[in-house]
Write a protein that binds this ligand. Structure first.
Ligand SMILES: [Zn+2]
Length: 327
């Protein structure tokens, strides 16, 4: 994945703050431990003195380096064991005065043995996806903002709209709360203005809050981005991001200008994610019949067979809001 420069800067800043926090907290804990068991401070002082002596004797050629290093290692282990015992006998955990880094592997530096640590890669992925979502201009909503009273308590297309949408709302909320690698793909369909984008963004917000990566694209803007990359006008790697994100949301399928390019990319995204067993949420204002007429059968059958269907019914909420504002 190609990372944005902003993501790289933010990732290093986050690591720097993690290091400062680990160091400050270690210092505070040490002061507490020293005040209760002052002998710990004395023992650490002895260890420092021995280290200094070792360096001096190696520097002056008075000691065999390997022998001195072994001796110091044994001594360090012995003193650390004693300190742990004193800590435990005073009611502390044995590692109370150690540094507690977020990533014990790289000590929050982001690098280990000259290689990038997994923690930095995860941060870069997450922040790059956030940047890209920022570029999409999607507004993230929360489930608390969702208004079921906008859906009429009447039968539309053979179903009570409010009851149907209560089920859809609860399913979406449950989906977001329990989101994980084995979550299903969802297919939102129904006429325009019924809250498909809104509920998608509620799911995105909740899933991101839990630390999973979400890519949210309106289908037309996704294709203009992919075309820019295809024709060398942008060096982003959107396909990589679409394959690696934990959840991909493709909003408003059918509103894009369709070409052979868009059709093949769409199939590549849906099929690629299905092969990786990674969930996708697709929403459309089109009817199932329109989809069959407009798209390749292979693509539509994948969506219909593999995605959990969520039919949205009601009256156009934007129109209801306009009428209410005039009243
Ligand atoms: Zn790390």
């Amino acid at each position: 994945m190609k990372y944005t420069r902003n993501a790289a800067e933010r990732a290093h800043e986050i690591l720097r703050k993690r290091r400062i926090t680990a160091e400050t907290e270690q210092r505070d804990r040490s002061l507490i431990a020293f005040s209760i068991a002052p002998e710990i401070k004395t023992m650490l002082g002895t260890l420092d003195k021995k280290r200094f002596e070792l360096l001096r004797s190696i520097g002056s050629g008075n000691a065999s380096t390997s022998e001195a290093v072994y001796k110091l290692r044994d001594e360090t282990e012995r003193i650390n064991r004693s300190i742990s015992e004193i800590l435990v006998s005073n009611g502390f955990s044995p590692d109370y005065i150690d540094y507690h880094y977020t990533c014990p592997k790289c000590h929050d530096t982001g690098y280990r043995d000259g290689e990038r640590c997994q923690c930095l890669t995860e941060l870069l992925n997450k922040l790059t996806i956030e940047d890209l979502n920022g570029l999409c201009g999607m507004k993230i909503h929360s489930f608390e903002e969702f208004r079921l009273d906008y859906y009429p308590d009447e039968v539309i297309d053979g179903d009570n709209a409010r009851q149907r949408m209560t089920v859809v709302y609860n399913n979406c909320k449950g989906y977001a709360e329990e989101f994980g690698a084995d979550s299903d793909s969802l297919f939102f369909y129904g006429p325009t203005g019924l809250g498909k984008t809104f509920l998608s963004s509620c799911i995105a917000g909740e899933v991101m809050k839990k630390g999973s990566s979400v890519v949210f694209f309106s289908v037309p803007s996704l294709f203009s981005q992919l075309e820019d990359e295809h024709f060398g006008r942008s060096d982003s790697k959107t396909m990589d991001i679409l394959m690696s994100a934990d959840l991909v949301i493709l909003d408003d399928l059918g509103s894009e200008f369709r070409t052979k390019f868009t059709e093949s990319k769409l199939y590549e995204i849906i099929n690629g994610r299905m092969n990786l067993d990674k969930p996708v949420i697709v929403s459309t204002n089109l009817s199932i019949r329109d989809l069959h007429e407009m798209y390749n059968e292979r693509l539509i059958s994948r969506i219909i067979m593999k995605f959990a269907p969520m039919p949205f019914i009601g009256r156009d909420i934007r129109q209801i809001l306009r009428i209410n504002s005039v009243k």
